[in-house]
Design a protein around this ligand. Structure first.
Ligand SMILES: CC(C)(COP(=O)(O)OP(=O)(O)OC[C@H]1O[C@@H](n2cnc3c(N)ncnc32)[C@H](O)[C@@H]1OP(=O)(O)O)[C@@H](O)C(=O)NCCC(=O)NCCS
Length: 216
């Protein structure tokens, strides 16, 4: 059981935020969500979940679910919540000008967010649930998804002081479920119906969420 008190009594520090993180042929930096990210991040999340023209994705809901995955109002609600109840981490590509041969007088260049992940208190189990995991399809398969999962797990362990992470995953997403198992998550056998207002299911079957857990 997480209590707000136990969260407040933590180090309030995620050792991976604001440091250089090396992916596969990409360097990035992570930080907490800021309102200036909203406009671009809404595109990134909706591209990741619903598809981006010209990009084949190894894991999306493009042929499964229709309707925005995130809106401006949803992000606004998230950012206004107590940080002990909801945290959104964004990752930006980072270009080190010195390494790039541009000289150290040039400012290091940070581009727009290329991915994000949300950690939120689960109302079913009162455990931290990792959600809204998204990588811009132009940047997928470079290890950014796995980096975001590590960032979320560090946030849960180091900042929220909890040693268990939960995920809710749509039951028919076999490739994604395989990836989460590869990252150490296991199903706990519980499931509940997929019923998200404003979305439409594009397949001829009832969808459910499976609950996956990892001990941190
Ligand atoms: C899920 C998602 C965040 C992953 O992002 P990503 O940056 O592509 O992830 P990574 O690069 O860290 O990992 C992907 C690699 O793992 C591989 N992989 C997948 N399943 C695997 C498994 N079971 N074992 C080992 N590797 C696996 C993939 O094939 C891919 O490698 P490849 O493209 O070189 O073949 C991204 O696909 C996304 O935004 N999807 C849409 C949103 C979504 O579904 N979010 C999760 C909702 S619960």
């Amino acid at each position: 059981m997480i209590s707000t008190d136990s969260c407040i009594a933590t180090t309030q520090h995620n050792s991976l935020l604001n440091t250089k993180i090396i992916g596969k042929k990409i360097t990035c930096k992570a930080r907490l969500l800021d309102k200036r990210d909203f406009q671009h991040l809404i595109k990134v999340v909706n591209w990741a979940y619903r598809g981006k023209e010209g990009h084949e994705q190894w894991a999306s809901e493009e042929n499964l679910i229709f309707g925005d995955r995130v809106t401006y109002d949803m992000l606004l609600k998230d950012i206004e919540k107590d940080k002990n109840l909801c945290t959104v981490i964004v990752v930006e590509e980072y270009i080190d000008q010195e390494e790039n041969g541009e000289g150290c007088d040039q400012q290091d260049k940070i581009l727009q967010p290329i991915g994000c992940v949300k950690i939120e208190r689960d109302t079913i189990h009162d455990k931290p649930i990792i959600g809204m995991l998204s990588v811009d399809p132009s940047y997928q398969s470079k290890g950014i998804g796995a980096i975001l999962m590590t960032l979320a797990e560090k946030e849960i362990k180091q900042v929220w002081n909890v040693d268990e992470a939960h995920l809710h995953v749509v039951n028919v997403r076999d490739g994604l479920l395989g990836w989460y198992r590869y990252l150490g998550y296991v199903e706990n056998g519980e499931r509940y119906p997929f019923n998200i207002p404003g979305t439409k299911i594009l397949v001829d079957e009832e969808l459910e969420f499976l609950i996956l857990i990892k001990k941190l």
